[in-house]
Design a protein around this ligand. Structure first.
Ligand code: NAD
Length: 326
């Protein structure tokens, strides 16, 4: 017998304690189905789709590619254009999705509605207080995003080494650790700190099935752990993005006290989308984490997940038992 069993694998009926986090523009059917078919929990990104109807179509397309469960991510953060959240939520419920990942602020109404329809909810957040609030609202699991993460790390700047056990100590539901994970060592570290699974974004962005241009994958492989910038600090909406000409320009503008309106055209998600489609990493801002320093190949999702689980098993059987004085 081999494999890893945790509260995450039991509660969500997923083979391996590995999740692919919701990623704007990348969380599409091809990637999500590949993660599901490899025994992980894949997550479609709702807001990647231009409308609720398009999301329903994408869910259908994903079901054609896998019979296994997958999740949908609904992120509630400031956007350039208002998002009809109720319509997206209705599309998720009506599509019969069994697992939703909510992320961002004020998820209360959405969590209540998903729970009312018997949907399991994972809430992704970046602080102990928000994890406890989500647990009190009845979520089935919390995904805690350390400061290392791509996307929005919050404003407290607490890395996973402290944040994961700080949440684990106070939570009695499954905990998923995200931010900085790419290999079996990370998975073992997460389990040791009290988590039940890892969630990875940047690592899955750099896989064969990831629907982004090969040049973006090569850039991630080439970048090291210093290849990110924090932008939007001045707006209380900090985002960690791959360092490039635009992220540097935005940082300079923010340092000079520029208002969001002055650089909104530079950071629009539609420009970030062009990076993924055309493969020029300087066309817009795009999310990537510190974990770029641990990524040096472009495996299939199956090879990646199997490698992570095998590395984790080897660490448990050999490295950890070797250091134990018997
Ligand atoms: P968008 O084009 O609407 O906005 C681009 C960026 O500017 C986003 O980071 C957004 O949060 C920020 N922004 C927009 N209006 C703002 C305002 N008034 N004040 C401060 N910041 C503002 O976003 P998009 O690329 O279409 O993405 C849709 C949503 O998904 C956004 O909320 C985005 O933040 C979110 N997202 C989340 C993650 C994550 O880490 N979970 C990753 C990528 C995108």
């Amino acid at each position: 017998m081999s494999g890893l069993q945790t509260r995450f694998t039991e509660v969500f009926g997923i083979k391996h304690p590995v999740m692919q986090g919701g990623m704007q523009w990348a969380g599409r059917a091809e990637l999500v189905a590949a993660v599901a078919n490899a025994g992980g929990l894949g997550t479609l990104s709702a807001l990647t789709q231009p409308s609720a109807q398009a999301l329903a179509d994408e869910i259908r397309r994903c079901r054609e590619l896998t019979d296994l469960p997958f999740a949908v991510n609904l992120t509630i953060l400031p956007t350039l254009k208002p998002v009809p959240y109720d319509e997206y939520r209705a599309a998720i419920v009506e599509s019969g999705i069994g697992i939703v990942e909510t992320a961002g602020s004020n998820p209360q109404l959405h969590i209540a509605e998903f729970k009312r329809h018997g949907i399991k909810v994972i809430h992704k957040c970046t602080s102990v207080r928000h994890a406890l609030k989500a647990a009190a609202l009845g979520v089935d699991a919390v995904s805690i995003d350390g400061f290392e993460c791509a996307g929005h790390p919050g404003e407290d700047d607490v890395p996973g080494l402290v944040l994961i056990p700080a949440v684990a100590r106070q939570l009695n539901i499954p905990l998923i650790a995200s931010g900085g994970f790419a290999d079996g060592g990370g998975l073992i570290a997460a389990l040791a700190l009290g988590a039940d699974a890892i969630s990875m974004g940047t690592r899955f962005l750099c896989t064969v099935e990831s629907p982004v241009h090969e040049q973006v994958k090569r850039t991630i492989v080439q970048n090291d752990e210093r290849g990110t910038d924090l932008i939007f600090r001045s707006l209380n909406n900090t985002a960690r993005v791959a360092r490039n000409a635009i992220s540097q320009q935005v940082r300079e503008l923010e340092a000079r006290g520029a208002k969001f309106e002055e650089f909104a055209h530079l950071v629009a998600g539609q420009r970030g989308r062009l990076v993924y489609e055309k493969g020029d990493p300087d066309l817009g801002v795009w999310s990537a984490g510190l974990v770029q320093g641990l990524i040096d190949d472009v495996p299939t999702c199956r090879a990646l997940i199997e490698r992570i689980v095998e590395q984790a098993e080897t660490i448990i059987r050999r490295r950890l038992s070797d250091v134990l004085i018997q």
